[in-house]
Design a protein around this ligand. Structure first.
Ligand code: URP
Ligand code: ZN
Ligand code: ZN
Length: 459
């Protein structure tokens, strides 16, 4: 069915326009004033609202065997949570571990999502070892449309790779034109600090940050950048959390290293005092890299506003209270992760745009367009333009509310952002022209989401 969005105040990255938007067969076919539509067309009146391209979350975990358990969401629950919060596309980390076969892992991840996601999705393929078959397997995966890799410098003996494997991965990525995303923490330093702290009887969640200090992340970031510089590959630091790591990344960029930077929702809004709360309250806020000292947030916001930090993801990774309590005797066993797929857009709008930290079009760029560009989805995603998929968020800037676990769609029994104010939320969300959300409720079709095939673009 056709769809007409009337009286739209369209905010794209870099432009703003008052117009109507007409959608046929899942695609935006016309943008202009006073558009006419045939009888039977679904009409949405966007007067008084803002109209954004569907938001893109470049970093989520849904199916994830990790730290002796599994992340809690299914593709059904996570995609509904994403949509209610305005995210119409997510890119999931496909994370087989070092003992898994990469191709089998890739197929397993795809089969988990297939027919279950209500929004569109893609994968970053993790390279967690580089063996004899890796090159041919990765070529097959790229040919299947998964044109970005993920490596972990952290999580020794599980996801983590060594320097030789990182070199092989980046050389291959350079030849294939594929961007490599990386979790940058020095694994050896983390392991040594964890042992030292535990030997001193320091077992609570407050010691998690101490075991992964800012210099551990700055070192990992600089190390990754040095390998990018030598191989000429394009890279993307995920979940950069602090000023020291930011400086390492910016120094590399200044020397011409092809490096993009992502920071994630928790690091903009939560600081390490959350993880220092006693018991399970602290455990809820354990992720890696850890929540940092508050002064880092100003540096991240400023770098985001200027575009030096390219994107905002979530690193959505839900574990419930019972799972968090796996680490009650030792912080090294607390499953790492703070979910946020549902909250990212509204919290960045409220605490970024409404608090004067982010211009509106940069907000769109950071939360949608730039990720679409970096990961080969643009202009299909990340823009309201003729020919783009009709992923449209009609956004109500007058809504007032607060984050609450009681009303969330993510499959979890708490919310790490509990009680935070919301000044705006999506009023209508469409995926390829289909209305999936109205005013905080999922009203659409489960399993409607499609796997997005992407071309390599980083030659
Ligand atoms: O704590 C985190 N970040 N959990 C998810 C796994 C990862 O490192 O991204
Ligand atoms: Zn990570
Ligand atoms: Zn992650």
């Amino acid at each position: 069915m056709a769809l007409l969005i009337r009286n739209a105040d369209i905010v794209n990255a870099g432009s703003r326009e008052q117009a109507d938007i007409y959608v046929e067969s899942a695609t935006i076919t016309r943008i202009g004033r006073d558009l006419r539509a045939p009888p039977g067309t679904e009409i949405v009146d966007a007067r008084g609202k803002l109209v954004f391209p569907g938001f893109v979350d470049p970093h989520v975990h849904i199916y994830l065997p990790f730290m002796a358990t599994f992340a809690k969401d299914t593709h059904e629950t996570a995609s509904i949570a994403a949509l209610v919060g305005g995210t119409t596309t997510f890119i999931e980390m496909c994370c087989p571990n070092r003992n898994d076969d990469a191709l089998e892992g890739y197929q397993r991840w795809k089969s988990k999502a297939d027919g279950k996601s209500a929004c569109d999705y893609a994968f970053h393929m993790s390279v967690t070892k580089f063996g004899k078959e890796t090159e041919s397997q990765l070529k097959e995966i790229v040919a299947d449309g998964t044109a970005s890799f993920k490596i972990f410098l952290a999580y020794k003996n599980f996801f983590g790779i060594d320097d030789g494997e990182m070199f092989e991965t980046l050389e291959l990525a350079k030849r294939l034109g594929v961007i490599v995303t990386a979790h940058c923490e020095n694994a050896e330093l983390v392991a040594r600090l964890q042992q030292k702290l535990l030997a001193e009887g320091k077992t609570g969640p407050q010691w998690h940050e101490v075991s992964r200090p800012e210099s551990v992340e700055a070192d990992g970031t600089g190390h990754f950048a040095a390998f990018l510089e030598i191989t000429g590959a394009a890279g993307y630091v995920v979940h950069l959390s602090c000023e020291k790591a930011l400086n390492a990344a910016l120094a590399a960029k200044a020397r011409g290293v092809k490096l993009s930077i992502e920071s994630v929702l928790p690091h903009f809004l939560l600081d390490k005092t959350y993880a220092e709360r006693p018991g399970v309250e602290g455990m809820k806020h354990v992720m890696s890299p850890p929540l940092r000292a508050k002064h880092n947030q100003a540096a991240l916001w400023a770098a985001l506003a200027s575009g030096a930090v390219d994107t905002v993801g979530t690193d959505h990774c839900p574990f419930d209270l019972e799972q968090k309590l796996l680490g009650k005797d030792s912080f090294v066993s607390i499953p790492n992760g703070i979910p946020g797929i549902e909250e990212r857009v509204n919290l960045m709008y409220t605490h970024g745009v409404m608090r004067g930290r982010l211009e509106l079009d940069r907000f769109v760029d950071a939360t949608s367009t730039r990720a679409a560009r970096l990961f080969g989805l643009f202009p299909r995603k990340g823009a309201i333009a003729v020919g783009s998929d009709a992923d449209i968020v009609v956004y109500d800037p007058h809504y007032r509310g607060a984050v609450s676990a009681r009303t969330q769609h993510t499959n979890n029994d708490y919310n790490g952002f509990e009680g935070m104010e919301l000044e705006g939320r999506p009023s209508v969300v469409t995926v390829r022209g289909k209305v999936q959300v109205r005013d905080g409720n999922f009203v659409g079709e489960r399993g409607y989401g499609k796997f997005l095939k992407r071309e390599a673009t980083h030659f």
